[in-house]
Design a protein around this ligand. Sequence first.
Ligand code: CMC
Length: 421
Amino acid sequence: MEEKVQLSYNGQHIEFPLVEGSQGEKAIDIQSLRAQTGLITLDPGYKNTGSCSSAITFLDGEKGILRYRGYDIAALAEKVSFLEVAFLLIFGELPTEEQLTKLQDDIHHESLVDEDIKTILKSFPKSAHPMGVLSSLTSALISFNPSSVDVDSDEDMYKAIVLLMAKFPILCSWAQRKIKGLPLNYADTSLSYTENFAKMMFRMPQQEYTAKPEIIRALNKLLILHADHEQNCSTSTVRIVGSSHAGLFASISAGISALWGPLHGGANQAVIEMLEAIKEDGGDTEKFMAKAKDKNDPFRLMGFGHRVYKNFDPRAKIIKQTADEVLGQLGIEDPILDIAKKLEKQALNDPYFVDRKLYPNVDFYSGIIYRAMGIPTEMFTVMFALGRLPGWIAQWREMRLGKEPIGRPRQIYTGHTERFI
Ligand code: CMC
């Protein structure tokens, strides 16, 4: 028998169906609430609100589980490539060899952006934040690829996805080269997705470039670990913008802006800035712990805490281990890694953090690896965006194929009642 939840209001007993997901998560389906009672729900920050049903990513914040399409992220990060994970997220299954070769070839074929995009890039000052540049250039791509996507055509959908997957890494690498005043590189279509990206980022005009295998392995892992995270702020943005039937590129461009904030993807930049500030200040981690706990001080321990993980963030565990490996392999000793480990140890033994279930999140150690690779701090969130791209695309596609209605929350109005001049 279908389970129901009862609500009593004004002497009336109204029943709502209980929805159950494939992992036993339960939700009250309140779609008929307003029609039946005149009431709406109020949930700022959507802490208790499911905005959609989704078959892409499963996350259990209490147990620290994260799976893409049923596969554990640790296994994916160890065994497959970022492009295979992108295919898995977007189309639902890991690709066959033939499907992977086709996707790679199609991406190679589209790995060019219109030369006029360079004029737009040039018009930004060198000091422009690369996330602003990336969001603008992604939006600008619409003008150079004007055909709208017929979401009911598999061919059209596939084409739009390939275009974006091909052109986005070029824009990311150009955002970095702009900061560094370097000539813009083009794709090397003889390379894999991740190797090509590394080459576009790091190749100097006066010398050949071959990526170190440890860099490619770490990059592949980081991109996979960032590839999707169900209904987070930027993904919800992509879905809600797309729900108005704005195009794929426009929806992704909005997602990039949402990711930029320091409470979301921008935290990876904020973490390194915080660790640097602690180092500059003499390395007294206790002092900064006290600041983080002081309610009169706006300082927060960046890279700590998560809306859904209340045990540990499984991505942070893998990234911490990868940071140790990469720095060891590259022979780099970074004093801020020691500061980070000290902060983590103190926080894990401090009642303030323990009681609030605050643990290191994905952003706590990722910047230390990017830094070791030679990526400037302002670029860290761009790296997050590159990893998250397949997740955004998958969620946008699911939303459009599911014919979801336009996202349009309600509100409780608290302003003036009618006034007269
Ligand atoms: N440092 C100090 N106190 C914290 C922190 C922190 N990093 N995070 C949460 N708290 C405290 C907060 O003050 C509150 O205390 P109280 O109950 O006494 O008022 C309690 O913990 C609950 O915090 P919240 O802000 O209500 O929790 P939330 O779910 O709304 O926010 C968060 C989650 C990630 C925005 C928050 O933990 C935070 O600001 N962390 C630092 C920024 C960060 O690392 N963001 C990256 C998130 S993971 C990657 C991503 O999403 O892109």
